[in-house]
Design a binder for this molecule. Structure first.
Ligand code: SAM
Length: 173
């Protein structure tokens, strides 16, 4: 059984910007414990949140978090590898990507994926954004992705012991 990612500095950095920016229909990719999905769903400006994860245990935990916060009416859960099972278009897509560079099939999804997974996400994400939709993405200096094809706005950067974390807003060009 896979572990569910415990909220950490990266989660809190993203949640801060989710709280101040997102509205409308929101997709939380790689929801983990559901921290971003629930932060979004608690905003009156947010109509609905779709929480997606490849790990079924994460979806159970996100559902519990939403119940405890009293926002389960606004939240749907979906088991999917990135956008494979996703339908519709979203005003905001949030992704706190698994930040460690991937070393192969046996990697834990919660931790590993790196630039490769983010680049796959960015190629697919544009087909699921509303025309003026945006992506809010966290990535690490350990896994710097190719961001071409998007206008990039740096929202915040924090320095940790052995890496930097970036929170960026991306709009398709
Ligand atoms: C770093 S954790 C972030 C969890 C949570 N969003 C947060 O901010 O704390 C990354 C999450 O992405 C999920 N994930 C990894 N690969 C995925 C994939 N291909 N499709 C969907 N989710 C994936 C993991 O299971 C994990 O829950």
């Amino acid at each position: 059984m896979e572990d569910v990612y415990r909220p950490a500095e990266d989660s809190y950095l993203l949640a801060k910007h989710v709280e101040s920016l997102v509205s409308g229909n929101v997709l939380d990719m790689g929801t983990g414990s559901g921290i971003q999905a629930v932060t979004a769903a608690m905003k009156p400006e947010v109509e609905s949140v779709l929480a997606v994860d490849i790990n079924p245990e994460a979806l159970k935990e996100a559902e519990k978090r939403a119940d405890d916060a009293g926002v389960s009416g606004k939240l749907s859960l979906l088991h999917s590898d990135l956008f494979d099972e996703v339908k519709g278009r979203y005003d905001w897509i949030i992704f706190n990507s698994p930040y460690l560079p991937s070393e192969g099939e046996a990697d834990e999804h919660a931790w590993a994926g790196g630039a490769e997974l983010i680049e796959r996400f960015l190629i697919e994400a544009r087909d699921y954004l509303e025309p003026v939709g945006s992506i809010l993405l966290i990535y690490s200096s350990l896994s710097e992705p190719d961001l071409s094809g998007y206008k990039v706005e740096l929202m915040e950067e924090i320095e940790l012991f052995f890496e930097k974390l970036y929170c960026i807003r991306l709009s398709p060009t």
